[in-house]
Design a protein around this ligand. Structure first.
Ligand code: KIV
Length: 267
């Protein structure tokens, strides 16, 4: 019989024990198998696939069909890791739409958790999903689906008012029932404070080493960047002779808290 996959309660227990959670994006069965075997706790089927697999400049062209397809591929390749799937651009424009799209990610794709980008405007949606038994991962800070409103991929929460909004939204998401939170590109001090305040696990990307766990885009970790790599990522393939060794190094670095280092923490 195959191993029982991790769940949101397993991750909550890891946070309580002070064990760092290792998360990576994943888009296909082969990598799901490799990452799972290396001990990655969470496979995030991110809509970043629109950029790293499909070659778009943003995640906006990604559809729910794409997400269901890649989530099902990842689900077939994993045995233990928890699978989180992104609700893509406007897939949760209304609570009803979010419920229908979450159903597809879970029933057809096999996701255990759905992730949605956005703050206060999505609180009703998070409540509706969790009431229906759907575990939700909130996503605050840099929200790539809002790139055109933000005017680029910029760090968020750098002034007092913006930091206060993120702090407030993080608590509100937890109160609305979210089981996890991703904080993307926010100052490390803010991310650490939120991680210490919330009882749910907080996973950081470009948010310093003080979060309960870390996530990276798989392609960044493997040095597969068409342009300049993000300032907060590390090419783990450098100095290692296989993808498996690079993934193992990432797992070890997150668990021991040596990734991200100070020079990989821009703010
Ligand atoms: O889509 C994605 O890969 C993500 C991560 C960057 C957190 O949301």
């Amino acid at each position: 019989m195959s191993a029982v996959p991790l769940s949101v309660t397993t991750l909550a227990a890891m946070k309580t024990r002070g064990e760092r959670i290792v998360c990576l994006t994943c888009y296909d069965a082969s990598f799901a198998h490799l990452l799972d075997a290396a001990g990655v706790d969470v496979l995030l089927v991110g809509d970043s696939l629109g950029m790293v697999l499909q070659g778009h400049r943003t995640t906006i062209p990604v559809t729910i069909e794409h997400m269901v397809y890649h989530t099902a591929c990842v689900n077939r390749g994993r045995s233990q890791a928890l699978v989180i799937a992104d609700l893509p651009f406007l897939a949760c424009a209304t609570p009803e739409r979010a419920v229908d799209n979450a159903a597809r990610l879970m029933q057809e794709g096999g996701a255990q958790v759905v992730k949605l980008e956005g703050g206060a405007a999505l609180l009703d949606t998070v409540r509706r999903l969790t009431e229906q038994g759907v575990p939700v991962c909130a996503h605050l800070g840099l929200q790539p689906q809002s790139v055109h409103r933000l005017g680029g991929y910029r760090f968020q929460g750098r002034d007092h008012a913006a930091a206060e909004t993120i702090r407030h939204d993080a608590l509100a998401m937890q109160d609305a029932g979210a089981s996890m939170l991703v904080l993307e590109c926010v100052p490390a001090a803010l991310a650490t404070e939120i991680s210490l305040t919330l009882s749910i696990p907080v996973i950081g990307i470009g948010a310093g080493a003080g979060c309960d766990g870390q996530v990276l885009v798989l392609h960044d970790l493997l040095g597969l960047n068409a342009g300049r790599p993000p300032s907060f990522s590390r090419d783990f393939l450098r100095g290692h002779d296989s993808i498996a060794a690079a993934i193992a190094a990432y797992v070890a670095a997150v668990r021991e808290g040596s990734f991200p280092a100070a020079n990989e923490t821009p703010y």
